[in-house]
Design a protein around this ligand. Structure first.
Ligand SMILES: Nc1ncnc2c1ncn2[C@@H]1O[C@H](COP(=O)(O)OP(=O)(O)OP(=O)(O)O)[C@@H](O)[C@H]1O
Ligand SMILES: [Mg+2]
Length: 333
């Protein structure tokens, strides 16, 4: 067996009374593109900060390529690249100068620095902007430069904390391409954090869902969705009162899997949804509840997050602070 690229052992971080990361044990294999998906305040950055030796764990530890973050932080740093959540570029310097500075910090000799700068600039397609001051870059260009910088010293593991935070969907797609490319072409193991469902779904081979400092689920996006069991049915009703009543009926009926309602809609996670619809409709009709719409879809990561945390990650992602009322029948928590 290969040494894992990242392995954590009950790693924990407290800030006074707050447990920001709560006894997490995970393993990321060499060459993986691994995602930590969780809402604001879940503990993603704190975990990355411990893995990149920026802050020490309160308890437990982690090994990066077999090297302990607590005992040998400087050896760990030789093996890793980090792109922080907030930008740390010097915008009074050009792109090339930012990269050169980083190369110097890592003690790369002049010739090697120059060669490597050209390579990483090409990788993120910033060669033509290399001589321009960073303060004139767009948000997406800055992010690409930061990723390039993280790669300068040929790290084995690259940590990306929210690589596309605040970028528009098109730029985000671009950055995903670069991340995939460097995972393949540079053979870098990547551990990234995100609170974008789609990013985790499209980009990551495996995902750990993190909430309140703990891992709630960990698997491939496909397996996480499959584990919910079959399909998601959404019934549109006339109003929230009707939706709440229907939710209660399905809950009591017991055959409807996980059921919850939000506004005037009732969502049901259930095996073999197509065949269950008539039976579920019958229950509604007998109770005198009008069903205005029916939607049947395969579970999304949003549904997965919901089923493991009882919350909708989108509520954190947007200004929509509407919270759903959620009922867990299978008690997965
Ligand atoms: N230096 C600190 N001192 C005190 N509390 C902290 C500190 N850093 C983080 N926290 C707290 O720890 C918890 C986890 O924060 P963290 O930044 O790791 O979350 P996150 O998942 O990265 O969130 P976001 O998506 O907003 O970046 C939060 O409640 C945060 O307020
Ligand atoms: Mg963060």
């Amino acid at each position: 067996m290969n040494t894992p690229a990242v392995e954590t052992f009950d790693i924990t971080r407290r800030f006074d009374d707050l447990v920001a990361v709560d006894s997490i044990s995970i393993k990321v294999e060499q060459g993986e593109l691994f995602g930590l998906l969780g809402p604001n305040g879940a503990g993603k950055t704190t975990l990355i900060n411990m893995l990149s030796t920026m802050i020490p764990p309160s308890n437990g530890t982690a090994r990066i390529w077999g090297v302990d973050v607590t005992n040998q932080p400087s050896r760990v740093r030789q093996n890793i690249g980090v792109v922080f959540q907030g930008t740390t570029l010097d915008d009074r310097l050009t792109g090339r100068e930012n990269l050169d500075l980083h190369g110097r910090l890592y003690g790369l000799p002049k010739q090697l620095r120059k060669q490597r700068i050209d390579e990483v600039l090409e990788l993120v397609e910033l060669d033509d902007k290399a001589g321009v001051l960073v303060k004139t870059y767009s948000g997406g260009m800055m992010r690409r430069l930061e990723i390039a910088r993280g790669l300068m010293h040929h790290p084995r593991v690259l940590f990306l904390d929210e690589p596309t935070l605040g970028l528009d969907p098109q730029t985000r797609n671009h950055i995903w391409d670069y991340i995939r490319r460097l995972n393949h072409e540079e053979n870098v193991t990547i551990m990234l954090t995100t609170h974008y469902m789609e990013e985790a779904d499209q980009l990551c081979e495996r995902i750990a869902i993190i909430d309140h400092g703990g891992i709630k689920a960990l698997d491939t996006p496909e397996n996480l969705k499959d584990a919910l069991g079959g399909d998601v049915i959404i019934f549109g009703t006339e109003n929230e009162t009707q939706a709440s009543l229907l939710c209660k009926l399905y809950d009591e009926n017991g055959s409807a899997g996980h059921v919850y309602y939000k506004d005037d809609s009732v969502s049901i996670m259930i095996q073999d949804g197509t065949h269950q619809i008539p039976h579920l409709l019958k229950i509604a009709i007998e109770a005198g509840i009008d069903i205005l719409s029916v939607d049947l879809h395969r579970p999304t990561l949003d549904d997965v997050f919901l089923s493991h945390t009882g919350r909708d990650i989108r509520a954190e992602e947007t200004s929509d602070v509407d919270r759903i009322t959620y009922k867990l029948q299978g008690r997965r928590r």
